[in-house]
Every structure is written in structure tokens, then in C-alpha cells.
Design a protein around this ligand. Structure first.
Ligand SMILES: [Zn+2]
Length: 251
């Protein structure tokens, strides 16, 4: 039996039986995990307010016969601002849903842990939550290996900085100059400024990346293309997106 003490982010929780809860969480050391908290709905002492999604907690659990038994959980950061604003809550729910759907379980990824925690913090405090969402999405999709290199045309290797207009074949994972674009349905136009921002969003350190700012008039189209793409990758609709569309029909 292996007892573990870790910092973790609560991704989702579900009632189980009379008094237990099933917890999906992202641990700093071991990545995405699922565990059971026995008596969680009765014991307020061991689990004080700490099973709300997006909360950062200090978790103690036991690993026994391949199962994870959550022993106690102490709240470190509840990101209360997210719970007072439905739109910000929706963005936090969206990135959480993507982690649940797209990140393999039991694979350590401390960078993703930090990215997720930083994104919740920025959603809580920044004036431009859609910009935060775009920065998160590009970094996240880069972590998972879905983004093509955007430093040069995939075909002729012409450097990105030499042209102002580029084409991103989203589903095929190609990046093309106007001479080598394919005219396929998945092609999305990118100006050099946006290409440069995407590249920086993949490279800057996780505490400075949030300084980048996508142009306002580009944000909605970029967000739309990313969301449609991830929906296709996971082969289903996203609950959080449905909720956000009700709040913001235009986006
Ligand atoms: Zn080319």
C-alpha cells in the first residue's frame, strides 16, 4: 500500500453510493487520475469544501490493488471569482472538459498541471478571458502534439517571416504558403502577426505566456476553428461549449 501526498486540481466529482464520491483530479506528480473518497458526503472534517471543480487542493491518497482511495483533501485555492461569473466559469469548465477528454490518465505532466492552474488564475482576474482561453488552447494542443510546426511552409520550407499570409490545414496538420495551399475545407487563413503569436504561445515560459495578446478582431474566428477541431478530435460535443453559446450567441 502506497500513501501519497500531492498537490492536485479537482477536475470533476460524482456521487457514488450512499456516502462516497468519485473524484477525477490532476495531480502535480502523476497527471490525470481517478479515485474514490469514502464517506466524503458525510465527513466534513476530512474534505472541507474541497471537491469543487477547478479547486487546487492538497490531497492524501492510498493506492491499493490498482485503485486510488482519497484519504483527505485540504483546500488551497478555490478561485472564487470563477464561481461568481458564469462566463468565466464556462471557460474554466471548457479547459477542464478538454483535459478530461483528451489527456491520457496516469501520465505525469507537471507542465500541464501548471498551465491549468495558471489558466484558472488568469480566468479569475484578467479582463480578456477569451485571450486567456486562446493562449491555453494553443499551448495545450502543442503539448499533445497536434499543432504543426509553423516556422516554415510544410512543402517548400519558405520561412514564415518572409510572407504576410499563410494557410493552416487544421485537420491535416500542415502549414502552407499561398503557392502550396490545398484549398481543402479545413484551411484557415493566418496573417503573419497571428502566426508569430501562436509560435510565442508555444514557447514562452508558462508564467510569462499570458502577456501575449491576440488581436480582438481575430479572436472569435480562431476560437471557433479550435473548438470545432477539438470536437472532431474527441468525436463529441462539449457541454461547456453548449453552455457558453447560450451566454454568448455571437461567439
Ligand atoms: Zn510553400
Amino acid at each position: 500500500m502506497n500513501s501519497v501526498h500531492t498537490e492536485a486540481i479537482i477536475l470533476s466529482t460524482k456521487d457514488h453510493g450512499e456516502s462516497d464520491r468519485l473524484i477525477r483530479f490532476f495531480s502535480n506528480e502523476k497527471g490525470s487520475l481517478r479515485g474514490i473518497a469514502k464517506g466524503a458526503r458525510r465527513s466534513r472534517e476530512r474534505f472541507v469544501h474541497s471537491f469543487e471543480p477547478f479547486s487546487v487542493v492538497e490531497l492524501k491518497y492510498l493506492e491499493r490493488r490498482g485503485l486510488i482511495w482519497v484519504e483527505s483533501s485540504r483546500l488551497q485555492e478555490p478561485f472564487l471569482a470563477l464561481r461568481k461569473d458564469l462566463e468565466r466559469w464556462g471557460y474554466a469548465a471548457l479547459i477542464t472538459e478538454l483535459v478530461l477528454e483528451m489527456v491520457p490518465e496516469s501520465e505525469p505532466n507537471p507542465d500541464l498541471f501548471f498551465l491549468l492552474k495558471e489558466a484558472y488564475a488568469r480566468f479569475s482576474e484578467e479582463r480578456e478571458p477569451i485571450n486567456v482561453l486562446l493562449l491555453f488552447l494553443f499551448r495545450f494542443l502543442d503539448f499533445l502534439g497536434y499543432l504543426p510546426a509553423m516556422d516554415a511552409c510544410s512543402k517548400c520550407r519558405k520561412p514564415a517571416c518572409e510572407l504576410t499570409r499563410w494557410w493552416w490545414g487544421v485537420k491535416r496538420g500542415v502549414f502552407a504558403c499561398p503557392d502550396h495551399r490545398s484549398f481543402d475545407d479545413d484551411e484557415f487563413p493566418l496573417d503573419l502577426g497571428t502566426v508569430t503569436l501562436i509560435q510565442k504561445s508555444r514557447r514562452l515560459s508558462l508564467d510569462t505566456v499570458w502577456r501575449l495578446c491576440f488581436k480582438r478582431d481575430k479572436r472569435n474566428a480562431l476560437l471557433e476553428v479550435l473548438i470545432e477541431w477539438v470536437k472532431e478530435l474527441i468525436q463529441k460535443d462539449l457541454n461547456s461549449v453548449r453552455m457558453l453559446r447560450k451566454l454568448r450567441p455571437a461567439s
